[in-house]
Design a protein around this ligand. Sequence first.
Ligand code: SF4
Length: 307
Amino acid sequence: MKKKKIVIFVGYDCNNNCRFCINSEKRKIKSKTTDQIIKEIYLATKKEKIDIIEFIGGEITIRDDFFKIISTAKKLNIPDIVIATNGRMFSDINFAKKALEKGLSTIIFSIHGPDSKTHDLLTRSKGSFIELMRGIENFKKIGFNNINANTTIVKQNFKKLPQIAKLHVKLQIKNVEYIFVDPQYGGANKDFSNMVPKISIASKYMRKALDIGREAGYYQWKVRYVPLCYFTDYLDQISEINEAKLFLSKHWAPDFVNEDVVKSRKKYAREKTKRCKGCKLFKLCEGIWKEYIKNYGDKELNPIKDK
Ligand code: SF4
């Protein structure tokens, strides 16, 4: 049976300012109040009977009610309490310890470069890489290992994916997602030509990153938001396929509710074109972002024909 997962967007405030952020235009939207979030946690537990709750932002760790939110989810016995974070607040080991005491069970760290130069250029926040690395080290010191990572792939970092993958190996991160940037909204939409790489080029580096993971024994590393024609030898490492098979995901944000994330992404955000006709991966594949086709066309899509 599929696991039920609700992602609660707590608000769009953040202590980073990532160039590609999908929420860059939403900073002025009022964040949810503590009461609103607590009500949603109850609703998710009692009515929806979820298996996984994930809190994202913006950045949840900068909220005064962060620990209260986590401890409420814990009190209600939600099996997996997850956050996606830029990791900076955890550079204080006591903050990290307290989050675990309150019940945090899984962490997804966003690592956008192999070094300060690349990561801080993208986050537009000096010192963000050092704080992030310190945060991860702190959890390791405490003995907490349920650490995941994601990397958003843009023009500024795609050539560095092999180095980023080596960093993930060094940090012994078993679950990593390499996410092809979403240009439907936000920073990458506004600055498309400077941010969005060509999939035919970036995919070589993405495959290399997956190979580095495989060599280290991490076969569960994944790529997200990609046309499958560039990943035919990696079909068990595609996030969307995995997600559709294993999870029923909902998004509850301050400005929208999405009750079926996979379905609406296929319908409104991704596109397969005439070129895809006859492709043997057609059913499995979500195509590529509509904005990508609008800007770069569909010439790179490469239908897979039966031999
Ligand atoms: S040709 Fe189209 S359907 Fe086939 S894998 Fe590529 S994007 Fe997907």
